[in-house]
Design a protein around this ligand. Sequence first.
Ligand code: NAP
Length: 486
Amino acid sequence: MICVSVTSGGSGALADFVRAQQIADLVEFRLDLMGKCDLRKIAAVKKKPVIVTCRPKSQGGSYEGSEKERLGILMDAGKSIGANFVDVEFGTAKGMIGELAGCCSQGLILSYHDFKGTPDNLPEIYRKMASSEASIVKIAVMANSINDNLKAFDVLAEAKKNGRKAAVFCMGPLGTISRILYRKFGGFMAYASLAPEKEAAPGQLAASEMKEVYRADKLDAGTMLLGVVGSQENHSSSPYMFNAAYNALKINAVHVKFPVSSDVGSFVDGFRHLVQGFAVTIPHKEAIMRFLDGIDSAAASIGAVNTVVKINGRLKGYNTDVIGGMDSLKKKASIKGKKVVILGAGGAAKAIAYGVAAEGGSLKVLNRTVGKAKELAKKYGGSYGNLEDLKKDYDILINCTSLGMKGEMPVDEKLLKGIVVDLVYTKSGDTRLIQKAKALGCSTVSGHEVLVAQALGQFRMWFGKKAPEGVMMEALKSASSGNKPR
Ligand code: NAP
């Protein structure tokens, strides 16, 4: 069940309740955040089960009055709305708990919060709570690392084994996966916001995103877990592309973002038994290699892995940036014997240089830092220079610098000709490089096309079948244009 919290007061509460009932399975009224509103009007339109909560300041809420007054507020609201559940904090006076149980039809949610971290004694805390008379045990703790989610998953597994209804999850951006994956690990419900700007707690996703992108309310123990491992700032659109593909092909899998700041080795140790595979992005493409059980020869030669596949329990690293670049380029022309200029000498350039050399193209690498261009070019017997050294003597130009995200041109537009490929992609559609190249009549390959092509390679590796290219491209375009579920 997905629970949406209503936090607005006044007439906004009624409007939000109506909206929340359209998307949520359960609606929580956060009385401490809402201020005054007419609860009879709320009761008149109630169609879904309701939780009433009045969280004190000491537990991360806003309520600052006495416990006696708080009891009164909860009782009044419970009765006026016809609440199904009342949420009270673990440690609330026994007498108060007894009275509250009488003002709702389905019993108490006993909750525990830790806004600083995920304690190691989480199972102990859960067991104490589970031995109470609560209908649902709720534990919300702050994730300080992606591996904190594992502690929440273990407690959920115990609750499931004991037939206890539980919502155990991590808060904050590092804990979002525990909200998405609640059903996979046996959780009873997860909290989501009505809209992106209406989060009642850190790390919540909008209910529409939980349902429409991740199908969080449909996952089960058999759902295969995949995702993209990157920094916390990772704005990868791959969950949109892959989840759309799983949905279209009715594959019971989910694709999430795994935010990992520095210790990618701990992530691999902690999650290897749970994942089917994962993508790797900045800044872990090189660092991940020493934590895997095997590396494909092309990825080893490039020196970077962007795709990890679990084969018979072993994690093997591949590089589909090569596949993406080459497959999308080969749709335009054969590379064999062509003069190819690569702009840049970073991770993407290394993958593309490997591919161009393997396809029999001749290589020139131009980069801001010429030393790096020299090193890369020498590896494949090519020439090198800086970005100003571009001349109109090539067949294919491939931009692998990070220039273009803010409208910058990596090279002078007068020098564009032949086939122009840009690995960079922006939210606003074609980069300036691609726009200029198109205007000059060049054949072009956009960053989105390369991205989808490399994702098709990943899909093939993970599932052994062809991905629905059109569905993935549509999902990517829609996500990039900001047209995400809200
Ligand atoms: P990277 O390893 O950080 O390399 C960045 C490259 O850009 C380096 O060659 C760097 O030159 C150059 N550069 C950065 N800022 C510059 C500036 N102000 N002026 C001139 N050159 C500059 O990054 P990467 O992983 O190779 O990725 C590069 C781009 O490709 C990113 O935008 C990434 O999103 C995109 N990409 C797209 C796909 C796709 O599927 N479409 C796949 C992979 C990557 P120096 O060596 O001098 O620092």
